[in-house]
Ligand binder design. Sequence first.
Ligand code: NAD
Length: 502
Amino acid sequence: MSVPHYPAYINGRWVDTEQWYDLRSPATGEIVATVAKGGVAEIDRAVAAAKAAHEEGTWRRTPPEQRAALLEDVAGRLAARMDELAALQTRENGVTIRVTGALHIGLSVAQLQYIAQRARAYEFEKQGPEIGPVPAQGILRREPLGVVGAIVPWNIPLLVIVWKIGPALAAGNTVVLKPDEHAPLLALEVAKEFEAAGLPPGVLNVVAGDGEPAGAHLASHPDVRKVAFTGSTSVGRGILAGSADTIKRVTLELGGKGPNILLDDADLDVAIDGSLFACFANNGQACEAGTRLLVPRSRRDEVVSRLLARVATIKLGDPLDPATDLGPVITREQQQRILSYVDQAQRDGAKLVAGGGVPSGPEFEHGNWVEPTVLVDVTNDMPIAREEVFGPVLAVLAYDSVDEAIKIANDTEYGLSAGVWSADETRALDVARQLEAGMVYVNDWHVIHPQYPFGGVKQSGLGREGGPDALDHYTEQKYISVDRSGGVENKAYGLVLSPPVS
Ligand code: NAD
């Protein structure tokens, strides 16, 4: 099979850049595609195209229903290619095919459809209350911001992309999207579908390239009015600092260290599988994963032995095989980083009870593999409990009281997701209300839904993706007042001007 080539998409044209690179499968090391690599020049061209499309084009003046219809058209096109795109995503970033089908593509389609629905109902302009005693009429408008720079990671690319470009385009903005260099293909595929659906040139531009210089240049570009970023907290900090010069609007979706609290009455038939799902979904590379499992000391041994029995059944292997549970991690560098966290944890006093290494066998020779790993006797001061590992590594911590569990859960700079397991919903909700997180799951995990906002508190981010307010994040409020008095009576001029001398 010949290797496909992906140029950049700028101003409605597929353009090659001076540099290009081989995109390799994290599972096998094979070349999946060759990709044009954009740099400063391509980002400049893309931003100029997006700016011109915003200022001189028709998109922001296109009726919202038409913009919504175009999003629905794209959602339908993506749905029609579901299996093909899921396989492409799996080949590109190694996430197992069951997950790329349901979560990456399926949820992205639902998200686009939901945004279209919101755009149809959204009040882009409405009359406010009459202003007395003048009288005047107030009008409230929601206007697009202009050029949005969207920067996304490799782990769940399409969903993160539609969370951003869905509301951005629905609201009438134009976009420059910079996907991650390790997984740019779905961004370029989605651009093909927007082009086929008739999106005007320049409204969506996609340039794959490295974080430095392409991402950094886009994030600091003076003509970009908003940066919508998903990625690591360290890069997010830099983007927020860099936004000050031009007072950019910024949305940040950053890292997490999700605490997952098993209360002493949790139903382990559900909670054990649920806790492994929380940590190992997406090959252990999910920002809102439950990576710190907090168990009551009285039930610790029972929980650990049941966890280990279940971990032993996890099937590693070809992520394209629907029978596979766990695929590779994204790069060799990331594999080494994960393994070094596991080593460090043991030096810090944690005990390795499952995994911790690279699986053996011919199918694991060329990819970036890490066994599903469980560490017990972890304490919350250890780096394994404080830092984002971003791999299939579960840290188990014991607690003595629910208050202590909540304290441990909240003792982190992150605040993206958290979870509680209990047979008593009232008890679970009481704990859920005390957890510092943007999303708390009771007796489940990864319940990501278009109708609910996604995002974090503390250093996990700023703003939210999706949910009913998604369009608010991509519009600016404008207030217009229209005088209806027809004269000077009741006006405030007298505050400054004395009455005219007759
Ligand atoms: P990363 O921050 O290194 O990269 C993310 C994106 O930013 C990529 O497109 C990258 O090219 C770009 N980038 C890198 N350096 C940049 C710079 N200086 N300026 C501008 N852009 C730059 O993140 P990663 O390690 O590739 O992705 C995993 C991280 O993403 C994890 O921390 C994970 O928690 C986070 N994440 C968060 C969410 C969320 O919604 N909260 C979702 C998925 C992933």
